[in-house]
Design a protein around this ligand. Structure first.
Ligand code: FAD
Length: 418
């Protein structure tokens, strides 16, 4: 039991665990840092952690307007995978998946990485052809992919509706067995504790309200707790990337949209993998507490509301029930939403900007949780060396001007355009 015996836990239950030490400090902001990171979500914290751990750059502040875990890092549906067809995306997300596989050991913090398999169902011959093509493209990149027959899927996920009258008949699937889930808030806390232990200042309840400029160079930030000077400023503000970049006079090619998810009451294990589909806008997994987690598409219009629309929820639930009819007997426990920064090719932006000293890590759309360790590692490398790491070179901000979009779907991220 380590530091805490059964007796000390019992004693703590009566005194509010007053002897527990905070996992990270609560420092006052200093006047100046080598690097100021805007946003204490997964990406900001991971960047700070790897800057300190790998590059020895520890005079770093992570400035968070709310609290650690309050943004999308604590609101997502926790899916981790690297099943991409396009080489730049496959390379990036596979790099990240490899970090996930050792992350609990690296952080000495259990992020509950659970490689239970990321299953993509096919509902027609056309779906199966596309899945086979994608699996081949992954295999060429050295990423694991297996095409499954209908019978194999039936053994793996017996709760799915395999009847021939099913609204969405199941013809087979593609599985990435190394994909799965991780505990989202543990990821935020693990990176926060790790960064803090290397001397990074995590400053919560501190909003960045403006950029300090000297000509074309960003030299610091104005915050709700005063001015902080910085050698470099790194934006990791997820759904607020566009808003923060505008403080430096930049217009990012992103649109903020609300993405929501829901969870049912807990039940015994019934969904074994992460179930996604090639054609529908619904995905399902079961949390470690037994709740069935549903996700769907973003609410297809710009918004900063952290609250979803019933129409989107209804669509995800209708499709979920069609796939697993037994879910109709469960009660929905709660739903929530987060603000995502949708880029116009559906791929991230990890890049220098037209302002000297200002760097951006954003455009994560609805898939940035699985990127967290990879993004943090590669962005830290980029900041430390003042140039893009070769894996993130394709995700430069100026790719839109150059016509070099990295578009996995061929139509951008917006579902109605698919
Ligand atoms: P955040 O945690 O949002 O961090 C950004 C931080 O910046 C916030 O804490 C915010 O308060 C702070 N900030 C903003 N403006 C300022 C300012 N002016 N000053 C100071 N701080 C500021 N991805 C997956 O890979 N798999 C999934 O299954 C998945 N499911 C999702 C389901 C939902 C419902 C949602 C909403 C997202 C999902 N995502 C998923 C996407 C993923 O959560 C995000 O892409 C990722 O978390 C974004 O990076 P982050 O963790 O750094 O963001």
């Amino acid at each position: 039991m380590g530091k805490y015996s059964a007796l000390s836990l019992l004693r703590g239950a009566f005194n509010g665990q007053s002897h527990w030490q905070p996992a990270w400090r609560d420092p006052e902001p200093k006047a100046s840092y080598d690097v100021v990171i805007i946003g204490g979500g997964g990406h900001g914290l991971a960047t700070a952690y790897y800057l300190a751990k790998v590059h020895g750059i520890t005079n770093v502040a992570v400035i968070e307007k709310g609290y650690i875990g309050g943004g999308n890092v604590g609101r997502n549906t926790t899916i981790v995978r690297s099943n991409y067809r396009q080489e730049p995306l496959g390379r990036f997300f596979e790099f990240s998946l490899k970090l996930w596989e050792g992350l609990s050991d690296d952080l000495n913090y259990n992020v509950m990485f659970s490689p239970r398999g990321a299953l993509t169902l096919g509902h027609s011959d056309a779906d199966m052809i596309r899945l086979a093509e994608k699996g081949d493209a992954m295999a060429v990149q050295g990423i694991d992919a297996e095409l499954l027959s209908r019978d194999q899927v039936m053994k793996l996920e017996p709760c799915l509706d395999f009847s021939r009258q099913a609204r969405f008949p199941i013809e087979g699937a593609m599985i990435q067995r190394r994909g799965g889930t991780a505990r989202h808030d543990a990821v935020a806390w693990g990176f926060a504790r790790g960064a803090d232990s290397h001397g990074v200042d995590i400053i919560q309840k501190c909003e960045v309200t403006g950029m300090v400029m000297d000509g074309n160079r960003v030299t610091g930030v104005e915050t709700s707790r005063g001015r902080i000077n910085a050698g470099m400023v790194a934006v990791c503000a997820a759904g607020h990337s566009g808003h923060v970049a505008a403080m430096a006079g930049l217009k990012l090619p992103v649109e903020s949209q609300t993405l929501q998810a829901m969870v049912t009451e807990g039940v015994k294990p019934m969904v074994n993998t992460v179930v996604m589909t090639q054609s529908l806008h619904c995905y399902i997994s079961q949390s470690d507490k037994g709740g069935i987690v549903f996700g769907g598409d973003p609410d297809n219009w710009p918004s900063y509301a952290q609250r979803g629309q019933p129409v989107t929820m209804e669509m995800a639930v209708q499709q979920g029930l069609a796939l697993i009819p037994a879910l109709s007997r469960l009660r929905m426990l709660r739903c929530w939403a987060g603000v995502t920064d949708m880029s116009f090719d559906g791929s991230p932006i990890i890049s220098a900007t037209p302002r000297d000293g200002l760097w951006i890590n954003g455009g994560w759309c609805y898939g940035g949780f699985k990127a967290t360790p990879g993004s943090g590692y590669l962005f830290a490398d980029t900041l430390a060396k003042g140039r893009a790491h070769e894996i993130v070179e394709p995700f430069a901000l100026d790719r839109f001007e150059r016509g070099s979009a990295v578009d996995e779907n061929g139509t951008g991220p917006f579902p109605n355009h698919r």
